[in-house]
Design a binder for this molecule. Sequence first.
Ligand code: SF4
Length: 309
Amino acid sequence: MQSNHSDNKKEQYNLNKLQKRLRRNVGQAIADFNMIEEGDRIMVCLSGGKDSYTMLEILRSLQQSAPVSFSLVAVNLDQKQPGFPGHILPEYLEAQGVEYKIVEEDTYAIVKDKIPEGKTTCSLCSRLRRGILYRTATELGCTKIALGHHRDDIVQTLFLNMFYGGKMKGMPPKLMSDDGQHIVIRPLAYCREKDIERFAIAREYPIIPCNLCGSQPNLQRQVIGDMLRDWDKRYPGRIETMFSAMQNVVPSHLADTELFDFKGIVHGSEVVGGGDLAFDRETLPMQPAGWQPEDEDDAPVRLNVLQVG
Ligand code: SF4
């Protein structure tokens, strides 16, 4: 009996620490990218997966302590995939007292009609979804659209683009939408997937499976995901370091002539980006850049926009 009680206390303590870390990471990303401003109405895209539930909960909790006032409206797009449990999200959102809208559009039928059997359906499906979400944001008077991609998604996209697209391009924490009308934000940009996973399990969110459309998983994404997970296991801190690298770009030490004027380097030019270390052995820090030990949860954080405790 005693042991049960102390196990519960420990679980609660760990959950509080986890929530604190997620709040801190989200608050920091919001501040760094100026994601949320006074009076914003934010459309929180809710798919029913662990990431979007976590994003909604953390944004709601930050709303209580933020120095700026903003409102949230959760939006789910019911794409009429076979077996989609349409009652789950309305029930959850009602119980939480969250303003929400369920948009019903049969994109599943369109995709099935247009794409031949056996071909990948994701690009048309996501294009349709994007258009509907932008339209919904306008109808709801939303100033920002929040998506639940996290740090691991961002690093994964960088590698996908490098390995298969020959491009150094990730997934931005904040961007202008394709229609030029909306600002899209990714408040979980600094959150680790494993934290979100643990939080979602502890919270017992009613997760809706993501394979209802019957589409084959993207093989390339799977390969990169496995590679990153394996690296993370063998070299803890590596994903953090790679994410840090995305925040420390040195254009003069890459090879993009659009990004840096290499032709303009002539005798007498100034030294840029630390000069040439090609002949030197660089001293690399023992601790991977950007790495944080798991239990540094009590470190105080100073934020510009959202002050989180
Ligand atoms: S996995 Fe299914 S629902 Fe998701 S984008 Fe692809 S086709 Fe659409």
